[in-house]
Design a protein around this ligand. Structure first.
Ligand SMILES: *Cc1c(COP(=O)(O)O)cnc(C)c1O
Ligand code: SF4
Length: 383
């Protein structure tokens, strides 16, 4: 995919691939945070600038120069821009929207832990991200200030995991855990690894998409000490699969860390079968396994991103049979109120009873399969 915005390089006085550009600290330090800076790289009207400033009162903006360089300045509907730059629609809130749509606070036994499922917990280790996605579900928490949790809070969460032996899978998330220093993350992972019943550690991060230069050899050798580690990242559009991102993914997989992807279906960004198909094929080519495709959550100010649920079901239906099975994610709704994730599938079962199942294949053709105890099966055997 081609990079489209040369103005970013001019504004920062660097070239692509220069030592500064490839230094994640430089990228992080030079994030675009307000309308004035943004107008250096995009053509913004006065109204757009005022709107952006108004939105930033509720949820801050931070766009790495790298991610900004992917925005086409001449396309107001650019899918990268839609994820990074606020629209005034964010200020419109509706009675059904919630600060905490997934009821995470209700399922939080100690600070920074969400324990909803029997054998796994979410551990929110920071509120800081390389970029603040406009569609973030946890906008109530992230981005307030660039702070990570204190050592005392880490110890409290680790202590909960230690005294809860049914937890075998810890999802380290946030915010973005890879905004922590190598040493900071190493400390947290070491504490988790001391707990015998913690079998796997998962890291949820958007870094390969928004700041791929963070994936350094030093980071990977630190992570390797704590295997088995799984990483899930968050690509939403094929334009995000740049050489830099694909290389970051390759180095993670080469380090022996299985890499999955969780996308969000977003209106105007990726809500059509062609885009999702190109994204999933691009991911598998980069050795990233599509995992979930989420329906957009009901957080405040996200109404304009939400699609009809049938759109997602139809998209999945168009993929099934037409592309490799493992390139198809699970389309799911994280239920409002804290019921967890529920898969939304196209209907393949026409009818099912003791005798047989009647099913529809991906082309819409009808097939039957006899149940082992049904007449169909006894006919086959005893005829
Ligand atoms: C999504 C989620 C998980 C992990 O779910 P998987 O289906 O195992 O990926 C665990 N805990 C919470 C609170 C979650 O939201
Ligand atoms: S990286 Fe994740 S946590 Fe951070 S703003 Fe984006 S969606 Fe939210």
């Amino acid at each position: 995919m081609s990079r489209t915005n040369e103005r970013v390089f001019r504004m920062f006085g660097v070239t692509e691939g220069s030592p500064e550009w490839n230094d994640w600290h430089w990228q992080y330090r030079n994030r675009i945070m307000d309308a004035a800076q943004l107008s250096g790289v995009l053509n913004l009207s006065e109204k757009e600038k005022t709107d952006i400033s108004a939105c930033l009162e509720d949820f801050r903006m931070a766009v790495t120069p790298y991610y900004a360089s992917l925005i086409d300045p001449n396309d107001p509907c650019d899918p990268i821009r839609a994820q990074a730059v606020p629209l005034i629609n964010e200020k419109r809130t509706f009675p059904w929207e919630m600060a905490d749509p997934l009821g995470e606070e209700r399922f939080s036994p100690v600070r920074n832990i969400v324990h909803r499922y029997p054998d796994r917990v979410l551990f929110l280790v920071t509120r800081c991200c390389a970029m603040y996605c406009r569609h973030c579900t946890r906008r109530r928490l992230v981005g307030e200030e660039d702070i990570s949790i204190s050592n005392e809070e880490i110890d409290e969460a680790v202590e909960y995991i230690r005294r809860t032996p049914e937890i075998r899978d810890v999802l380290v998330s946030g915010g973005d855990p890879l905004t922590l220093s190598d040493a900071g993350l190493d400390l947290i992972l070491s504490k988790l690894r001391e707990i015998e019943h913690v079998e796997i550690i998962r890291i949820g991060t958007r870094i390969p998409v928004t700041m791929p230069m963070r994936v350094t050899p030093a980071l990977l050798s630190m992570l390797k000490k704590h295997q088995p580690i799984w990483i899930n990242t968050h690509f939403n559009h094929p334009k995000e699969l740049t050489n830099a991102s694909v290389e970051a993914c390759a180095s993670i997989v080469d380090a022996g860390i299985p890499l999955g992807n969780q996308s969000v279906l977003l209106r105007g960004v990726n809500d059509d079968a062609e885009t999702i198909k190109a994204l999933m094929l691009g991911l598998t080519k980069a050795r990233v396994r599509p995992y979930y495709l989420y329906q957009c959550d009901m957080s405040k100010g996200l109404q304009h991103f939400r699609t009809d649920v049938r759109t997602g079901i139809r998209i999945i239906g168009e993929l099934r049979g037409n592309i490799s099975g493992f390139a198809i994610p699970i389309f799911a709704i994280d239920t409002p109120g804290g019921g967890g994730k529920v898969p939304m599938n196209p209907e393949y079962i026409v009818s099912i009873d003791d005798e047989k199942v009647v099913m529809r294949n991906y082309l819409g053709h009808i097939y039957e399969y006899p149940q082992p105890n049904g007449n169909g099966h006894s006919n086959l055997i005893h005829k």
